[in-house]
Design a protein around this ligand. Structure first.
Ligand code: AKG
Length: 226
């Protein structure tokens, strides 16, 4: 299941994210990207994000989200009973020249901790808009300003508030998976490559932890223990 590091649970607990290399093949990622292009290129909003709940997600995307390799990566981090909630292909068009703003996903969701996996459908670099993260930021919930403009992402933490914090670029190869905690502060670089950039982000939670979030009314158990 890719190159799962030996210290995965402690590294994830400390940093709020974990990069696992070479999980999916280039062929699998190409199929996912081509299906995502057909379905969302012309329908998603300015942020390039479209969300599918687990009961309405197209089969190819469900199979990637619920793949045994994903369950094997998530089990040491979440626990034996994993629920798949929803997923989104994220399309960063070559026309989108602005960075995605800093935020914690929990500002949109509330309730129990959720875990997302940023799956690289192609190589992600600072030039084409890879993610940026602040290691360890998942331990503190920040205030988010509510902003409405053409960049999408209505809940944001300003760049000024984060000045001086250690930010790292997460460069990824096609087929790599970055699992991250919903408290992790993240943003992404503008896409200056002149080419589109695609990723796919399924979200999960621990079925044993009560969740007061009202975002999801359905979920699907994944993994051997389900
Ligand atoms: O992939 C990106 O460019 C940003 C995605 C993101 O931050 C999110 O969906 O929460």
């Amino acid at each position: 299941m890719g190159n799962m590091p030996d210290d995965a649970p402690s590294s994830f607990a400390e940093n709020g994210f974990l990069l696992v290399e070479a999980v999916f093949t280039a062929e699998e990622m190409a199929a996912c990207k081509s299906a995502a292009k057909d379905l969302v290129e012309n329908t998603s909003g300015p942020s390039g994000v479209q969300v599918w709940m687990c009961d309405t997600i197209p089969p190819l995307f469900e199979s990637i989200s619920c793949d045994p390799r994903m369950a094997a990566i998530l089990r040491p981090l979440i626990g034996p009973r994993i629920e798949f909630l929803s997923a989104k292909p994220v399309f960063k068009s070559s026309r989108i020249q602005f960075a995605s703003p800093w935020h914690q996903d929990l500002a949109y969701w509330g309730g129990a901790t959720k875990f997302s996996s940023w799956i690289a459908l192609e190589d992600a670099t600072p030039e084409n808009g890879c993610l940026r993260v602040i290691p360890g930021s998942h331990r503190r919930t920040r205030d988010h300003a509510s902003v409405r403009d053409a960049r999408g992402f209505g809940n944001r933490v300003s760049d000024e508030e984060l000045r001086g914090e250690r930010m790292i670029d997460v460069e990824m190869k096609c087929g790599d998976v970055l699992v991250f905690h919903d408290g992790l502060l993240h943003s992404s670089h503008p896409n200056r490559s002149g080419r589109d950039r695609w990723s796919f982000i399924p979200t999960y939670r621990n079925a044993d932890v009560p969740d007061t979030s009202t975002v999801w009314s359905t979920s699907k158990r994944i993994g051997d223990a389900a």
